[in-house]
Design a protein around this ligand. Structure first.
Ligand SMILES: [Fe+2]
Ligand SMILES: [Fe+2]
Length: 313
């Protein structure tokens, strides 16, 4: 064996995606022992952080009694999971399956195939984690009838709008760009709960397990979407960039209708218009810019294009 061969690292060691797929079995939530959800449920603790519930802060809303507040917080937790599951099911999973299609010019080898299937398994498991946690909350808080329209979230509606009238590769690119926006921003969305110390332990732990998986997905999506972007022509790149920017804006947009249902769980009647007014007056939500910056650097996209995105109420 020559010295050269001894000192040269094999190519799979230099390949980020290969490293990630090899560690999958030791890393992800689906491979861990299932959490004892009821064992981590304390009925005396709130199910959701108060400061993340806009209905309490709406002008004209009278102070609520503790029981009503508790039910609204429980409903907010159920809504949060319904939104997470909708993002997985409506945006991320379809895009993962798309990237497995021969017609999509994405990196195509055994490693990328494995990475996509691992991601699909993770995301399906995340939907199950949401469902299981919500099941416990509904039972313990007697909120059985509470349900949310999977297509009622601002980000799902944003995707519908962005792909309207498109077909073929253009439509595929918009869907993949939205999933890339999702995978770049979901960690920030999950962190707001994973780091909340005064809420239900079951909820915090569930979200934290999900968040840990997402740090791997950010790499998978950056690698795959990067390979896709580099193989596109100028017009296709422009379309992908625009869709990514729309996707990032849609993820920052406020949800309106679902909060009406959350408020109703505590006997509070509010209207969508009140929420729209609140959303237009609030400061732009804090953004987790690290993963986004890495992605834009990777794709060679000027960050000012993203900064200039108007915020949708
Ligand atoms: Fe996920
Ligand atoms: Fe993910």
């Amino acid at each position: 064996m020559s010295t050269d061969t001894l000192t040269q690292r094999p190519s799979y060691e230099r390949d980020l995606l290969a490293q990630l797929t090899r560690r999958w079995g030791r890393r992800v939530a689906v491979k861990k022992d299932e959490l004892d959800l009821d064992g981590h449920f304390d009925p005396g603790l709130p199910d959701f952080p108060e400061h993340l519930v806009p209905v309490f802060a709406l002008p004209g809303v009278e102070p609520l009694d503790p029981a009503a507040r508790r039910q609204i917080l429980a409903a907010a937790w159920i809504a949060y999971n319904a939104k997470t599951a909708a993002i997985e099911n409506e945006i991320i999973l379809p895009a993962c399956r798309l990237m497995l299609e021969e017609r999509i010019p994405v990196r195509r080898d055994d490693v990328s195939y494995t990475a996509l299937h691992q991601t699909i398994v993770d995301e399906h498991f995340h939907i199950l984690m949401c469902q299981n946690a919500v099941g416990v909350t509904k039972r313990r808080r007697e909120l059985d009838g509470l349900a949310f329209d999977p297509r009622g979230w601002a980000v799902v509606q944003g995707l519908d709008l962005a792909r309207e009238g498109l077909s073929g590769l253009d439509r595929d690119l918009v869907e993949i760009a939205f999933s890339l926006a999702a995978e770049t921003t979901i960690s920030g969305f999950l962190s707001s709960l994973a780091t909340a110390q005064d809420i239900q332990p079951m909820n915090r732990i569930t979200v934290d397990m999900h968040r840990r998986d997402e740090s791997g997905h950010a790499v998978v999506f950056r690698e795959l979407a990067g390979s896709l972007y580099r193989s596109l022509d100028a017009a296709e790149r422009a379309l992908f960039r625009d869709a990514l920017i729309s996707g990032l804006a849609a993820f920052r947009a406020a949800d309106l209708d679902p909060w009406v249902g959350v408020a109703a769980a505590g006997g509070l009647r509010i209207e969508t218009g009140q929420l729209a007014e609140w959303a237009s007056a609030r400061p732009a939500p804090r953004r987790d810019t690290g993963p986004l910056q890495l992605l834009l650097d990777d794709l060679g996209i000027d960050p000012s294009l993203v900064e200039a995105v108007p915020r949708h109420g």
